[in-house]
Every structure is written in structure tokens, then in C-alpha cells.
Design a protein around this ligand. Structure first.
Ligand code: PHE
Length: 532
């Protein structure tokens, strides 16, 4: 009988909730609804569901398994599939660290919206003060700091007492709030039907190939795939966890929250008929670089939806709206917080295991470093200092976001599928071509998936990587033309910067870590308080 892990998640449900906490985030509450609105309602939703089913769930199983079988940080995990693959683990640390630097800026905005919910009067709603808030040179930093600090505090508590316990409280809370808000919005009366119609009637003419590419990107992003997160969390699970079932539960939870958030948002926006947003679109110019942000980012409805349309909806509900506003933004803070925790954990875990330093110190180092980088990001997207902080005509948030979502995350997900699908198995190429041999090899290796195993082997070996590659290339080509034609910007800079980052990551790995021990689980290391 396997003894229970001393460190790591105490229970299977704890792991599922923590992983779902990572998955459910701004991507569900904000990204999903606005992309659905852009690409033809249910037409987008159908493609999105297919992506979760055939690409997301497969990559999810691959990543959790990578972590579970290694019981260690991402670099060690990849090395344990093949001794030459450790560099992929380095990328899996760098990409999420990069995401923190803009995600926590958005998280900070949301904290401020929550706090501010009770303060506004009809002339000064969150929506009205949005522009002046984000272009302020220090306020957004304070809120980013608070947000990052909260995440760091929870991580310092350890995997079991910090991450798992926080998720066990926060995730059910989030679920209840999103359901309550959805029910409330559906009872708003007039216009609700029109909103539902917009959401649930597929308009395939708006989908296009762009929509398909967006759906896949959204699936990766929403499920937190393509970087080290699910590997790191997987490494804290013990023998008792069933990977297939857990992965399915995580995917279902994540998708459910997105679908319900869609219900809430489309019905309430339907009720207010979009009229409320109009004056804001007219005054966008005033926001200077922020206006430019809207112009370069394919998400006027994006930023607008969460930070402007909804606050206007809340304002129109009078004092009751303040409560709804508070609930809504508290929910977004919870969602974003549990996501940033997972992003921060990947590098923290590596630092603890490799350098054998204490968890508190490792967390502090990471949080401070990420906060420093988030400062110029906050200034850049908010347009502080007259919008002086831009790169190649992009604000930093858009730039980082495009780098990670369009280029880097699919690369990460592709590599994780290749490692599980091709490298665990031994034997010559001819033997390996047959996925049924892979199925047997994975089973021997310890991946027990029941009837799903054979399907998984075929998918992870051939279909999922090919789909990812195809959509990645198509997505990049689309962006290159799209940005040049409609926004006058050169997407090649994004690609160049991504390649540079990949090269730096790989170089760091080969210079510093390739010939050395890269650390293992705290159960073996007995680092004081490492994962408790
Ligand atoms: N999955 C999160 C969301 O939907 C975002 C995220 C991406 C978190 C990548 C961690 C890693 O918002």
C-alpha cells in the first residue's frame, strides 16, 4: 500500500478544485463571452466545446500525468520523459511567469472595482472613472500590489494549507455567485430573450476561420494549458488520484463556468440593449493611448464588456446594483486570484526544489520580480505618462498577451503532447508508429485511463499535435495580415520577441541547468515547510 504523500494535495477533490481554480479566470468570465459575441454566438460555442473535447482534455491529461509521474518541478518532469527534453520545462516556467506580469494588472483593476462598488453615485460609476483610474500613474500599481500580495500570501501557506484550502473555500463560492448572478440576469425581463437569442443562435457567417483559431486559443488559455501549471499541480498528487476522471472534472467545471457567465452577460447586456455603451464608444478618444489600446486590441467589446458595459448595467440598477456589482467583481477577483496563484507556483516550485530554499523566501523572490515587471505594463496599458510606454506601437499588455496566447502557449501544449505521445515509449521508430504500442507503453508507465486509453494514445500521438500545429500556423498568418491591414501594426515584432524569449529560456537551461540535478519533490528533499 502506497503511503499518503506528506506534501502536496491532501485529497483528490482538493487537487481538482485547485486546478479548476487555475482554469477558471478572466478567460471564462470575460474572454469567453466577448469572443462568443464576436464570432457568431453559439457557432463559436460549438467549436469551443469541440476544442475542449478533442484538444484541451487530451493536453490536460498529458500535462497532469507529466507532473504526477515525475513528482517534481517542470524541468525535472520533462527530463524524466527524456534526458534531452529538460529545456521544455524551462519554457514551462518562463511562459507563466510572463503572464503574471499582465494578468495581475488586470486583477488589480478588478480589486479596485470591487472595493469601489459601494462608492459610486449615478454620476460617477466604475465605468465613468475607468479611464482616469487606469491612466493614473500610481493607483493601478497599488491595486496590482494588493492583488499580487494576496496571491503570494496564499502560496506561502504551502500546497495543502495555502493553495488547496483557499481553493476549497473560494471555488464553491465563485460557483454560487456566478449561478446567482445568471439567474438574476435572466429575470431582468425585457430584452433577455434577445440576449439569449444572440447567445444561443449560431451565426456561422461570423465564425470564419479566425473564429476557429480563436476558439482553440481560448481553450488552451481557459484550461491553463501549454505551460507548467498542470504539471506543477499534477506533481503534488499521489497514487490515489485518477487522472482521467480528474481531468474531465476540471474541463467540465471550467466550461460550465464559462457557459454560465455567458448566460449572465448576454441576458443583462440584452436587457440594456447595448445603448448604454454608446456614449462610451463616442468618448473613447479622450483616453488617448487607451483609445489606441481599444483600437489595436480586437476587443473593444472585450475591455469594454467587463470594465464598462457591466458597471453601467449595475449603475442602472440603483442601490441594488451596488450589491450586484460587489458580488460580480468579488467573483472576478476570486477567479483571477486562483489563476495567478497557479501561475506563480510554477517558478516558486522550481526555486524551492532546485535551490532548496524555503517556500516563503522563494515566493517572495518571484512575487517581487513579477511586480517590478508589471509596473511598466500597468503604465503602458493605462496610458500613464501620456502613453509613452509602448513597444513597437503596442501597449505592453497587448504585446505580452499576444506573445503568450498566440505564439507561446500552443508551442508548450504541442511539446507536452509530443513528450507523452512519443518519448515515454522505448523501442525503434517503426515500433513507435503504432499508437497501440504507445497505449501499452503508457499503461505500463502507470497511466491508467480505462477504455479511454486507446483513444487517448491516438489523439496525443497524432491528432492533437497536428491540430495544434495547424491552428497555430494559421493563427499566426491570420494575425500578421489582420494586424497589418486593420491596425497598421506589425505582428512580426510579436513573433520575433516570442522567438527571442524561447531562445533565452533554452540558453538559460543549457548554460545553467542542463548538467545538474534540477531538484525533486519535497517528500524526498525534506525541505522545511516546502509544500506542507
Ligand atoms: N485559465 C485562466 C483563465 O481562464 C488564465 C490562465 C492562463 C491561468 C494560463 C493560468 C495559466 O483566465
Amino acid at each position: 500500500m502506497e503511503t499518503k504523500k506528506k506534501n502536496g494535495f491532501a485529497s483528490g477533490i482538493g487537487f481538482i478544485l485547485a486546478a479548476a481554480g487555475s482554469a477558471v479566470g478572466l478567460g471564462n468570465l470575460w474572454g469567453f463571452p466577448y469572443k462568443t459575441a464576436t464570432y457568431g454566438g453559439a457557432a463559436f460555442v460549438i467549436v469551443y466545446l469541440l476544442c475542449v473535447l478533442f484538444i484541451g482534455s487530451i493536453a490536460m491529461i498529458a500535462e497532469v500525468y507529466l507532473g504526477k509521474r515525475a513528482q517534481a518541478n517542470t524541468i525535472t518532469a520533462y527530463r524524466k520523459t527524456n534526458k534531452n527534453m529538460g529545456w521544455v520545462g524551462m519554457l514551462a516556467i518562463i511562459i507563466p511567469t510572463f503572464i503574471i506580469c499582465y494578468y495581475s494588472v488586470l486583477g488589480g483593476w478588478t480589486v479596485r472595482f470591487t472595493v469601489n462598488s459601494f462608492q459610486w453615485n449615478s454620476a460617477n460609476t466604475n465605468a465613468v472613472s475607468f479611464g482616469s483610474f487606469i491612466s493614473n500613474s500610481y493607483l493601478p500599481l497599488i491595486f496590482t500590489f494588493i492583488f499580487m500580495g494576496l496571491a503570494a500570501l496564499i502560496i506561502m501557506g504551502g500546497v495543502k494549507n495555502g493553495i488547496e484550502n483557499a481553493s476549497k473555500i473560494l471555488m464553491p463560492m465563485l460557483f454560487i455567485i456566478v449561478v446567482v448572478i445568471a439567474i438574476y440576469s435572466m429575470c431582468l425581463g425585457e430584452g433577455v430573450g434577445a440576449g439569449l437569442n444572440f447567445y444561443l443562435n449560431p451565426d456561422f457567417s461570423k465564425l470564419g476561420f479566425d473564429g476557429v483559431v480563436a476558439a482553440m486559443g481560448q481553450a488552451f488559455y481557459s484550461l491553463s494549458l501549454g505551460m507548467g501549471i498542470m504539471i506543477a499541480y499534477g506533481s503534488y498528487t499521489g497514487k490515489e488520484i485518477k487522472i482521467g476522471k480528474s481531468a474531465v472534472m476540471i474541463c467540465i467545471f471550467d466550461t460550465l463556468v464559462a457557459l454560465i457567465a455567458g448566460l449572465a452577460i448576454f441576458t443583462s447586456v440584452g436587457h440594456f440593449n447595448g445603448e448604454l455603451l454608446k456614449p462610451f464608444i463616442d468618448t473613447l478618444g479622450e483616453y488617448g493611448p487607451v483609445g489606441q489600446y481599444y483600437a489595436v486590441h480586437p476587443s473593444l467589446s472585450g475591455v469594454g464588456l467587463m470594465y464598462q458595459t457591466l458597471p453601467l448595467v449595475f449603475a442602472s440598477l440603483g442601490w441594488f446594483g451596488k450589491i450586484v456589482s460587489f458580488l460580480f467583481f468579488a467573483m472576478v477577483v476570486i477567479a483571477a486570484l486562483t489563476s495567478v496563484i497557479s501561475l506563480l507556483e510554477v517558478a516558486t516550485q522550481f526555486i524551492i526544489q532546485k535551490f532548496r530554499i524555503k517556500r516563503k523566501k522563494a515566493t517572495l523572490i518571484m512575487a517581487v520580480a513579477c511586480f517590478m515587471v508589471s509596473i511598466p505594463v500597468a503604465w503602458s496599458v493605462g496610458g500613464a505618462f501620456d502613453g509613452a510606454i509602448m513597444v513597437f506601437g503596442f501597449d505592453l499588455l497587448t504585446f505580452f498577451d499576444e506573445m503568450t496566447n498566440t505564439v507561446l502557449m500552443p508551442v508548450g501544449a504541442f511539446l507536452s503532447c509530443i513528450c507523452i505521445g512519443w518519448l515515454i515509449e522505448k523501442g525503434g521508430f517503426i515500433k513507435r508508429v503504432n499508437p497501440m504500442n504507445t497505449f501499452r507503453a503508457l499503461k505500463e508507465d502507470g497511466l491508467e485511463l480505462g477504455w479511454f486509453g486507446k483513444f487517448f494514445a491516438v489523439m496525443v500521438k497524432y491528432i492533437t499535435p497536428v491540430l495544434i500545429l495547424f491552428v497555430e500556423v494559421a493563427g499566426i498568418i491570420g494575425k500578421i495580415t489582420d494586424y497589418r491591414v486593420s491596425k497598421g501594426l506589425n505582428f512580426w515584432w510579436v513573433i520575433g520577441a516570442s522567438v527571442l524569449l524561447l531562445a533565452i529560456g533554452i540558453a538559460i537551461y543549457f548554460i545553467f541547468f542542463s548538467n545538474k540535478e534540477t531538484g525533486c519533490n519535497a517528500d524526498e528533499l525534506e525541505i522545511e515547510g516546502a509544500n506542507a
